[in-house]
Design a protein around this ligand. Structure first.
Ligand code: MV4
Length: 453
C-alpha cells in the first residue's frame, strides 16, 4: 500500500481524499495555491506545499509544480480528485515516467475515453448500446449530410475531444447542417485544439443516468448501480440521486453487466462512470461518454451501497484486488445530493467572499462534504461548489423529507448560496413525483404562464 499520497486538488474533494487516507493509515500531502493558504485541506493534510498563484493554470493545472511537490515530499502516488488534471492522460504519463502512481486508469484508457467518437466506437464494439450516429468523426460535409439523412432530424454535432456539453450543436434540418458543421469544427479547434466532430441522433429532454464502476489491475470489475443526474442547468448538475426512480432491478442488472463487460474489454482499472441518456418515450438507455475520474456525486452511491469508493480506488491503484465481489454489492434505500454553490439562488451570479454565521445540519440520514466553515473565505478563482449536502432514507420520500429539513437547518451567511433554490426544487410536484429530465430546470425557472382571462 502507498505510504504517502499527494492530493492534486482543493476544496471538498481534497478533504474527501484526506478522509480516505487517514482511515487507511496513509500520509497526505496537500498542494495549494496562494488563494488557498488558509483552506482546510492544507490544515488537515500531514504536509502542504504551495504550488503557485491563485490562477489554476499556474497552480492546480501546472504539471511540473505538482510533480515537483510529489518528488520533494516523497509521495508515492497522486490523487487528482475531479476537474483540474483528473482526466489528463499527460499527467498520468508523466507520473509513470517518474515512478509515481497516478490514481486513475492508465493513460491509454484516459486518452480513449477523452476522444468521445473513439470511445463511442469502442463501447459499441464491446456490446454497449450507443445512440445511432456517425462511425467516428465525420470526414466531410457530404459524409455528414448522408449520416444525418440516415439518422433523421434532429441530430446533434459534438466535438470529439469535448465533453460535458461543451461544443455541442443541435441541427433540426438539412439546410442548417453545413453552417452548423463548420461552426462546430471551428469552435472545437479553438476550445480543444482538435476540430474533429461526430454526429448523433438528438434526443429531446432525455434523462441523464450514469453507472458507477470499480475495476482492479487483476481484471475484476464490479458496478455499483446507477445515479440519476437529470436536474442540471447549463451542464452543471444541481441534484443527483441513487437509485434512479425509473430503473427496475432487472434493468439495473442488465445495464450493470453491459458496462462491466465493456470496462473489462478496455482493461479498465480504477473508479469510473459510464454516462447514458434515456429516451423517455421508450425507456431505452444509450451510452454517450465515460468519465475516468472520481465524480462529484460519488457519495450518493456510497450511501446506498455502503462502499467507500475512494478507499477502494486507492486500494486498486496500489495493485490490490477489489475487497468485494459483485455478489457482495447490496443496494438499499435512497440517497439524494444537493450541490450547494456560492452563487445567487435566482440569478446564479457567483458569490465568493467571507462566511460569517455558519451551521451545518446533521441528524439521521445526513452527510455533508464541505471545506467551508465559520470565517472561511470562498475565493473567486475556482468553481462555486462549497458543500455537498446528502440525505439517505429507506425510500425516495424519506430521503426528500430529510433533505428538506437539513436544508432548512443549514446556516451559511455572508455569501449567497443555492440553498433556497434547492428548497424550492424539493417542494416541486414534478420533482417529488420523479418527473425529471434534462429539461426540468428550464421548466422550473421559466416565468409562470399568466392565467387565462
Ligand atoms: C445529447 C443530448 C441529446 N441527444 N446527445 C450534454 C452533456 C453531454 N454529456 C451530452 N449532452 C447531451 N447529449 C444526444 N444525442 C442532450 C444532451 C444534454 C444533456 C445531457 C445530460 C445532462 C444534461 C443535458 C442538458 C442538455 C443537453
Amino acid at each position: 500500500m502507498f505510504k504517502k499520497i499527494l492530493i492534486a486538488n482543493r476544496g471538498e474533494i481534497a478533504l474527501r481524499v484526506i478522509c480516505a487516507c487517514r482511515e487507511m493509515g496513509i500520509k497526505t500531502v496537500a498542494v495549494f495555491s496562494e488563494a488557498d493558504e488558509h483552506s482546510l485541506h492544507v490544515r488537515f493534510a500531514d504536509e502542504a506545499v504551495c504550488i503557485g498563484p491563485a490562477r489554476s493554470s499556474e497552480s492546480y493545472l501546472h504539471v511540473p509544480a505538482i510533480i515537483s511537490a510529489a518528488e520533494i515530499t516523497g509521495a508515492d502516488a497522486i490523487h487528482p480528485g475531479y476537474g483540474f488534471l483528473s482526466e489528463s492522460a499527460y499527467l498520468a504519463e508523466v507520473c509513470e515516467a517518474c515512478h509515481i502512481k497516478f490514481i486513475g486508469p492508465g493513460p491509454s484508457v484516459i486518452r480513449l475515453m477523452g476522444e468521445k467518437s473513439r470511445a463511442r466506437r469502442a463501447m459499441k464494439k464491446a456490446g454497449v448500446s450507443t445512440l445511432p450516429g456517425s462511425d467516428g468523426a465525420v470526414e466531410s460535409e457530404e459524409d455528414a449530410q448522408k449520416v444525418a439523412l440516415d439518422l433523421g432530424y434532429p441530430v446533434i454535432i459534438k466535438a470529439s475531444n469535448g465533453g460535458g456539453g461543451r461544443g455541442m450543436r443541435i441541427v433540426r434540418s438539412p439546410e442548417e447542417l453545413s453552417q452548423a458543421l463548420r461552426t462546430a469544427q471551428r469552435e472545437a479547434q479553438a476550445a480543444f485544439g482538435i476540430g474533429d466532430v461526430y454526429l448523433e441522433k438528438y434526443l429531446e429532454a432525455p434523462r441523464h443516468i450514469e453507472v458507477q464502476i470499480l475495476g482492479d489491475e487483476h481484471g475484476n470489475v464490479v458496478h455499483l448501480g446507477e445515479r440519476e443526474c437529470s436536474v442540471q442547468r447549463r451542464h452543471q448538475k444541481l441534484i443527483e440521486e441513487a437509485p434512479s426512480a425509473v430503473i427496475s432491478d432487472e434493468q439495473r442488472a442488465a445495464l450493470g453487466k453491459m458496462v462491466v463487460d465493456a470496462a473489462k474489454a478496455v482493461g479498465y482499472a480504477s473508479a469510473g462512470t459510464f454516462e447514458f441518456l434515456m429516451d423517455t418515450s421508450t425507456g431505452q438507455l444509450y451510452f454517450i461518454e465515460a468519465n475516468t475520474r472520481l465524480q462529484v456525486e460519488h457519495g450518493v452511491t456510497e450511501l446506498v451501497t455502503g462502499i467507500d469508493i475512494v478507499k477502494e480506488q486507492i486500494r486498486v491503484a496500489s495493485g490490490e484486488r477489489l475487497s468485494f465481489t459483485q455478489d457482495d454489492v447490496q443496494m438499499s434505500g435512497h440517497a439524494i445530493e444537493c450541490r450547494i454553490n456560492a452563487e445567487h439562488p435566482t440569478t446564479f451570479a457567483p458569490s465568493p467572499g467571507r462566511i460569517d454565521a455558519f451551521c451545518l445540519p446533521g441528524g439521521p440520514g445526513i452527510r455533508v462534504d464541505t471545506f467551508i466553515h465559520a470565517e472561511a473565505t470562498v475565493p473567486p478563482n475556482y468553481d462555486s461548489l462549497v458543500a455537498k449536502l446528502m440525505s439517505f432514507g429507506r425510500d425516495r420520500e424519506e430521503a426528500i423529507a430529510r433533505m428538506r429539513r437539513a436544508l432548512e437547518m443549514t446556516v451559511i451567511e455572508g455569501i449567497h448560496t443555492s440553498v433556497p433554490m434547492h428548497l424550492r426544487i424539493l417542494a416541486d410536484e414534478d420533482f417529488q413525483q420523479a418527473r425529471i429530465s434534462t429539461a426540468f430546470m428550464e421548466r422550473f425557472l421559466a416565468p409562470p404562464t399568466p392565467p387565462k382571462a
